[in-house]
Design a protein around this ligand. Structure first.
Ligand code: CP3
Length: 349
């Protein structure tokens, strides 16, 4: 049989340190409400968590953005809060409001969480991955993900999303020993979760630390860097060779320490980090990903074209993955996403 070498995946090339022209592109939250075909599938199930736990439908929505746009990766359709749910915390997504959880704020509540049943509870995600991978060309890897222990803990303690996610910080300052138990449990559960995603077929992993920017430097070291370092080390021991992208959103200049100390293979930059700083400080250390403002993608027009060109001009001659600085917004016009992908693929505005 004639063996045709599989084309190198541009995302994997960038992650291994090879600059590419054009650079690979994928978008955080690329499956979602801005797509009518997503809304249609979403309408078939009563809750968002049911969608995440129905592999046939979750696989379908994972693939939807790839049918429309020439994206270089798929990301499994799930949510970071599926891990607390699998640990036994009550989690629901309220229509038009977001996640709502039964808050976990003391030793007793933390003690009632149970890691042993998590693998079974998360099995639908692994089946989604198997289904998606069977459909994807070799050049388009599937990204598996989890929330960083810190960010997941903020939702667990707060009981949902809020303007400052202060409940976790309060617990961490008042009773670090109890908070440590929660973080340790999340490191263990997240290690299993990421490794199982690789076993199911994920070829890249991303750790979303959406609330990394809420901590002062000593707490950042203790609750963001140290647990992420442990998670990365353990995943690398069990699933060697799988690149891990870290996304310490809002960390600003602390992203440099984050990269140096956690051992992530690449870093995703948020919209506030200046391009020259990313180029001169982070990109010499690891490949970078980012950082178009999702609101600019909603706005579109000449301003979008100019900024895409500025990002490419600053970052694309070294290992780089084009992405947003945070997730795509539901009100994003589909034409603007198509325009963005065209601009990045054609290398100029
Ligand atoms: O990127 C992808 O396409 C994969 C899917 C994905 C979702 N959530 C689906 C989702 C990913 C990677 C996430 C990560 C996630 N979830 C994060 C980290 C990134 C970030 O945005 O900061 C966080 C903090 C969450 C928790 C979460 N999930 C919130 C706060 C909300 C409500 C706000 C919102 O955007 O609706 C969700 C719901 C959610 N997760 C939706 C989707 C598609 C919308 C649910 C719906 O369809 O009604």
């Amino acid at each position: 049989m004639l063996r045709v070498p599989s084309p190198q995946a541009p995302l994997l090339a960038a992650l291994s340190g090879t600059p590419a022209s054009p650079p690979p592109i994928w978008l955080m939250r690329q499956a979602g409400r801005y797509l009518p075909e997503y809304r249609e599938v979403r309408g078939k199930v009563s809750s968002f968590l049911d969608l995440c736990r129905t592999p046939k439908l979750a696989a379908e929505v994972t693939l939807q953005p790839l049918r429309r746009f020439a994206l270089d990766a798929a990301i499994v359709f799930s949510d970071i809060l599926i891990v607390p749910h699998a640990l036994g915390q009550k989690v629901e997504f309220v229509e038009g409001e977001g996640p709502r959880l039964e808050p976990v704020r003391d030793a007793e509540a933390i003690g009632s969480l149970d890691r042993t049943s998590a693998t079974e509870a998360l099995a639908p995600v692994y089946e989604t991955i198997e289904r998606v991978v069977a459909e994807l060309p070799q050049a388009v890897p599937l990204i598996g993900f989890c929330g960083a222990p810190w960010t997941v803990a903020t939702y667990m303690a707060e009981g949902g999303g809020s303007k400052d996610q202060a409940a976790a910080r309060l617990l961490a300052y008042r009773d670090p020993a109890t908070f440590r138990r929660l973080i340790d449990l999340l490191v263990d559960a997240s290690t299993d979760y990421l490794v199982n995603q690789v076993r199911a077929g994920a070829r890249v992993l991303q750790i979303f630390d959406s609330w990394a920017g809420s901590l002062p430097e000593d707490a950042f070291e203790r609750w963001c860097i140290a647990p992420t370092k442990l998670l990365v080390e353990r995943v690398k021991a069990e699933a060697p060779g799988t690149p891990v992208i870290g996304f310490p959103r809002g960390a600003g200049v602390q992203a440099e320490r984050y990269v140096k100390e956690t051992g992530v293979d690449a870093v995703s930059c948020d919209t506030s980090q200046p391009l020259a700083w990313i180029r001169d400080t982070l990109q010499p250390l690891v490949p970078v990903q980012g950082n178009l403002d999702p609101v600019l993608l909603v706005a579109g027009g000449a301003e979008l074209d100019r900024r895409v060109e500025a990002i490419l001009g600053a970052l694309a001659s070294r290992p780089f993955i084009f992405n947003l600085g945070h997730g795509i917004l539901p009100e994003t016009p589909i034409d603007h996403v198509a325009r963005l992908v065209h601009l990045v693929k054609s290398g100029s505005a």
